[in-house]
Design a protein around this ligand. Structure first.
Ligand code: SF4
Length: 282
C-alpha cells in the first residue's frame, strides 16, 4: 500500500521546522477526543524517507527540484531555515528503533546543519524504549518530545481511552527527561466534564509536578465530530465546562503545580485566555 503523506499537524513551537513524515496516523488511536481516533497507522519505508532527505539536501545546495519528489517537499523547503526538523505523525516515536536510528543517522549526515529534531511521542512509545535507546536518539539530535498527558486523574485517563494510567504516564515523562530529552507536555482543560472538573484540575497539577516538564501547554477541550466524546456530549452524558470553568481549572493548575523550571502557556487557539510564563519565577 502506497504511503499517504499526512496533513501537517504540529506543536505551535515547530512552526519553522521541516516536516518529515515517518508515519501517518497514530498507533494509539483510542483517545476519545482526538481527530486521529480510529485512524489506522501507516509506517513509511526507510528508503522512501531517505529519498526525501536526499531531495532536500540537493534542493538546499543547488535549488534543483526532482520531478519524482512531491511538490509539498519543495513548498516546505523554500521557507525552511535548515535548523529544525519535526518528524510526523501522531506518534513518530513508534517507528521501529533500528530504522529510526538509520533515518536519523542519514539525516545528520546529509543535513549536518540541522540543530534539533522533534516528534510527538506517546507515553507507551517512551516506555517501550530503553534508557540507552533514548540517549542514542538524543545523540542523533532527536532532542524534544511532545507528549499529550491530558490529565492526572486516572478516572479521566480511563474515560478518554488514553491507554496508560497516571503512574505510567508520569514514569514515561521522567524517563524522557532522565535521558536528557526536552519534554513538552499538553493537558486539556475540561476533559473531566463539569462533574469532574475540580478533581481533573487538581490531579493534573499533581502529575505536572511529578513529571516536572520543560514546557507545559494547556488546551481547552474542543469537540470533534465523530469522536466518542462528541457523541457522549450529543447524547447528554458528557457535560462541557463553561469558559469561566476552564479559567478556574487553569488557575488551579497554575496555583498547585510545583516546577523546577517550566514554561507554562495557554496560548493555544482553543483557550479563552492566553497566559504564559516561566514557573516558578513568574
Ligand atoms: S495518542 Fe495523541 S495523537 Fe494518538 S490518538 Fe491519542 S491524542 Fe491523538
Amino acid at each position: 500500500m502506497k504511503f499517504e503523506r499526512p496533513d501537517i499537524f504540529r506543536p505551535p513551537s515547530e512552526w519553522d521546522s521541516y516536516f518529515l513524515p515517518l508515519t501517518n496516523g497514530c498507533s494509539n488511536n483510542t483517545c476519545a477526543f482526538c481527530a486521529l481516533y480510529g485512524e489506522k497507522l501507516q509506517v513509511r519505508e526507510a528508503d522512501d524517507i531517505k529519498s526525501e532527505i536526499d531531495a532536500l539536501a540537493l534542493y538546499g545546495g543547488t535549488g534543483i527540484r526532482l520531478p519524482a519528489i512531491p511538490e509539498i517537499v519543495y513548498e516546505i523547503a523554500q521557507d525552511w531555515n535548515g535548523k529544525r526538523v519535526f518528524l510526523q505523525d501522531g506518534d513518530a516515536l513508534v517507528y521501529p528503533f533500528r530504522q529510526l536510528r538509520e533515518v536519523l543517522q542519514y539525516l545528520n549526515e546529509k543535513l549536518p546543519q540541522v540543530e534539533r529534531i522533534g516528534c510527538y511521542a506517546t507515553p507507551q512509545d517512551i516506555l517501550r524504549r530503553t534508557p540507552a535507546e533514548l540517549s542514542e536518539l538524543k545523540g542523533l539530535k532527536l532532542s524534544i518530545f511532545y507528549t499529550g498527558v491530558e490529565s492526572g486523574d486516572d478516572e479521566v485517563l480511563t474515560h478518554i481511552g488514553k491507554g496508560v494510567d497516571r503512574r505510567r504516564m508520569a514514569g514515561a515523562g521522567r524517563k524522557a527527561k532522565e535521558a536528557g530529552i526536552t519534554l513538552s507536555v499538553t493537558v486539556i482543560l475540561g476533559l473531566g466534564g463539569i462533574e469532574g472538573s475540580e478533581k481533573h484540575a487538581r490531579e493534573t497539577s499533581g502529575i505536572l509536578t511529578e513529571i516536572d516538564p520543560d514546557y507545559a501547554g494547556a488546551l481547552t477541550l474542543t469537540l470533534v465530530p465523530g469522536t466518542p466524546i462528541y457523541e457522549q456530549w450529543e447524547r447528554g452524558t458528557f457535560h462541557l465546562i463553561s469558559p469561566f470553568q476552564s479559567l478556574e481549572e487553569l488557575k488551579t493548575i497554575v496555583e498547585n503545580s510545583i516546577f523546577t523550571d517550566c514554561f507554562l502557556s495557554s496560548m493555544h487557539a482553543s483557550n479563552y485566555l492566553s497566559v504564559r510564563g516561566r514557573l516558578p519565577q513568574d
